[in-house]
Write a protein that binds this ligand. Sequence first.
Ligand code: ATP
Ligand code: MG
Length: 184
Amino acid sequence: MRLFAGLPIVDDARLEIVALLDQLRGSAWPVRWVPDDGLHLTLKFFGEVSADRLDVIEEAVRIAARGTGPLSCQLDDLGAFPSPVRPRVIWVGVDAPAALELLYDRLERGGEAIGFPPEGSPFRPHVTLGRVREGHRLPVDGIDGYARAYARAPFLASRLVLYESLLTTQGPRYESRLALELTA
Ligand code: ATP
Ligand code: MG
């Protein structure tokens, strides 16, 4: 099974991204846009694991989440990996309190302790919107044209979810395997 831990995007922020995606889908760019369901901020990607590791992963996620309260976040500007001039992954940035990076670090260290190598790259909180199709390019400054297409809505992230990602021919579907309230 394919597992990752993340924060579901909720409230008005979710609606803003859904509306933005609707506009982006009309752009005719060579991009696979994510479905409206399952919008999230990835904190830890565990990848393909055998089902008998689920218990130990759940426990690591529980321990990492302990002591974290609800996080007041806000949507930020559009961006892209590896860079805005050569976008492969298009995303909306998330402005978050320091406690989010602390939670990220705890997941990284907890994952490391059970055999998952840390990312090694700086934490860039974001919500993925789409992935540019292999061998294609976007118009230069294309994403800049959407900078005003959504409100930088605030949202309260109060749930950490361990998702199973099911890759289907219609794209990925995410199912919650564990949902933890952030209540400290
Ligand atoms: P698809 O791979 O079919 O485009 P997806 O990327 O949404 O779909 P997964 O590959 O299962 O589905 O990824 C689940 C989540 O984990 C996504 O948010 C994805 O961006 C993130 N992710 C995937 N691979 C990695 C990785 N190697 N490192 C960090 N995060 C990753
Ligand atoms: Mg992927």
